[in-house]
Design a protein. Structure first.
Length: 605
């Protein structure tokens, strides 16, 4: 390279750095300030809930109100963390600014009435919505907006937990399993550090956790390998990974169950409230409500209590998991991560009693390892452990997080997370860069085919027959009933709302993006070149001069109840539109192994 080209490259890098400083610093300050206000509000809401125990009876009303408000006014903001991840992978309409006030208010309300939820989801959504707004303000390109969204995630995560380095790595790691997104490395680190500093500047502190084993954080004389303890850590890591997998899968299963039982979304948190209040009185304790980080009652189980060597508790992790799944799957807002900290620390403390290991060390390992398994972010969680507990136990932290990551499978609390590199060679049949949501569908279909095949063989197999010898494979066609909706409109139609910046967005694009956030299987906008609609005149879409009056349609394919929920939730956008619904079938062609009985075949001939 010539000196001129080297100088030009360095000048270009300097300009890029200056651009990110100008954009990221004010964005991170805004995110850090909002996170500070959120944490302050969360503490006040928790204090109020403890001082006014009757507030938990307001849970059904609060849950109904927040889910109804999201359906009526929230629009695509309902997508939450998954919407942000989707926008980073496939930039489209961006993350709406309304997501910030919606998630802040509803999360505080969830904790005020006693819902078992966290705060990471709120912080990430605050960061993502503000980052998207700043991207529009500075008129960034889609590629730069994508990086800014990652920086927004880092800012929110780093500020809410006081772990800026972990926040930066989390933003790079959470998008795709097995692959890091390094293009946003410096903006994410800058955003996380500035946001965390801003949060502290507002006087907001974080709970201090300490591991006294080997002298505590920063006081040890380095890492001392204890082979027996390392074996126990590996065993615990396996348990942490399984717990993370079970939590994620039960959360998704509970969400599907709520939808099947109550198609009308606002009623789901009402049912969840009845279950939570019933569990609270059945157990005779309120320890599993709220964050679980602190309590004014000294005897209550909290995350800090699991670090005490005298604490013995074998089932708190399971109860907290149940309370959290019931809460969040129904539509209450917050996040899963702080409850996962509770579940991990409680499980670590229980395993310490079983394995004969240091309780505070095992609680600290579980604190980060269950989170690592549930989000598939082992590097970020290892760094978080070092930031929270010190570097003395870094090797144990790494082993626990990495083992939990491997043992949690391809599950995740974030369904939009992509699978870039499978965790093992045994999973090499997973399509590349597929979302966890779709990987679960494929896995479910294969499991159904396997069960059907076993059932077929069991029916046709004579008991204790030595004659069975013939096995063959034949093509199998399976189908399931789904539906298709076609919504007809004109290409020139815009989003409603005169005088607002939303009014410039084409209606068909907004419907497709909201369908993505709603979980619709397919959403496609079909443009028409020649035709007519509603007995009108023939219209032609010329090559050089498009016709904005020629009818087009947005086609949605999914289960009928999902399509009905979508149309009800977006009724304001669909008024006076021609909407056609029809039954269709989803076909899947696969192979089925069939074991044939030669004796039966001979008798049949």
């Amino acid at each position: 390279m010539t000196p001129a080209s080297v100088f030009g490259l360095r000048l270009q890098q300097a300009r890029s750095l200056a651009k990110w400083i100008v954009v990221v610093v004010p964005m991170a300050v805004a995110v850090g300030s909002l996170v500070a206000f959120f944490l302050w509000s969360l503490d006040r809401a928790t204090e109020l809930r403890f001082s006014l125990p009757w507030l938990i009876f307001c849970m059904p009303v609060a849950g109904f109100a927040m889910v109804w408000a999201y359906g009526r006014f929230g629009k695509s903001a309902e997508g939450g963390n998954n919407l942000i991840v989707d926008q980073i992978h496939e930039p489209g309409g961006g993350v709406p600014l309304r997501m910030a006030p919606f998630i802040l208010i509803t999360t505080v309300l969830t904790h005020l009435v006693g819902g078992s939820a966290g705060r990471e989801g709120t912080a990430v959504q605050l960061g993502g919505s503000l980052a998207s707004a700043f991207g529009k303000l500075f008129k960034l390109t889609p590629a730069d907006t994508r990086i800014l969204l990652m920086a927004g995630i880092a800012a929110g995560f780093g500020a809410v937990f006081g772990t800026p380095i972990a926040g930066a790595v989390f933003a790079l790691e959470v998008l795709t399993i097995g692959r890091m997104q390094y293009e946003a490395l410096l903006p994410s680190l800058l955003a996380a550090v500035i946001a965390d500093w801003t949060c502290h500047a507002w006087g907001i502190g974080h709970v201090h956790y300490a591991i006294s084993y080997l002298g505590g954080a920063g006081e040890g004389n380095g890492f001392h390998l204890d082979l027996l303890l390392m074996i126990k850590v590996v065993v615990a890591g396996l348990a942490f990974g399984v717990a993370a997998h079970v939590f994620a899968e039960l959360s998704h299963a509970a969400s599907s169950a709520y939808k099947a039982i109550l198609p009308y979304a606002p009623l789901r948190p009402v049912l969840a409230s009845v279950i939570l209040i019933g569990l609270t009185y059945a157990l005779g304790t309120r320890e599993y409500l709220g964050l679980g980080v602190w309590s004014p009652n000294p005897g209550d189980v909290t995350i800090l209590s699991f670090f005490r060597p005298d604490h013995v508790d074998y089932w708190s992790w399971a109860w907290k998991g149940l309370f959290t799944i019931v809460t969040l799957s129904a539509g209450f807002k917050g996040g899963e991560v702080t409850p996962l900290f509770f579940i991990g620390a409680a499980l670590g403390s229980a395993l310490a009693g079983i394995l004969g290991a240091p309780p505070d060390l095992m609680a600290g390992l579980g604190f980060v390892a269950v989170f690592a398994g549930a989000t598939n972010t082992p590097l970020a969680c290892m760094i978080m452990g070092i930031e929270l507990f010190g570097a003395t136990h870094s090797v144990y932290l790494a082993v626990a997080c990495f083992v939990a990551y491997l043992c949690s499978g391809h599950s995740s609390i974030y369904l939009s997370q992509r699978i870039g590199v499978p965790k093992s060679a045994a999973a090499n049949d997973i399509p590349p860069d597929i979302a966890v949501r779709h990987a679960r569908d494929i896995k479910g279909a294969r499991l159904g085919d396997f069960i059907a095949g076993v059932h077929f063989s069991a029916i046709n197999a004579p008991d204790n027959s030595p004659e069975r010898s013939h096995t063959m494979t034949q093509s199998q066609l399976s189908s399931r009933e789904i539906g298709m909706v076609r919504i007809y409109m004109k290409p020139r139609e815009k989003m409603p709302g005169k005088g607002s910046w939303f009014s410039t967005k084409p209606l068909y694009r907004e419907l497709v993006m909201q369908a993505k956030a709603h979980g619709i299987m397919n959403a496609i906008a079909h443009h028409t070149h020649f035709g007519y609609s509603n007995h009108g005149k023939l219209q032609d879409d010329g090559f050089e001069m498009p016709n904005p009056e020629l009818t087009m349609c947005v086609e949605l394919i999914s289960e009928r109840h999902t399509l009905e929920d979508f149309c009800k939730a977006h009724s304001d956008l669909l008024k006076h539109k021609v909407i056609i619904y029809k039954h269709i079938e989803h076909w899947d062609v696969g192979e089925q192994r069939i074991v044939a009985d030669e004796a039966l075949k001979a008798r049949a001939s």
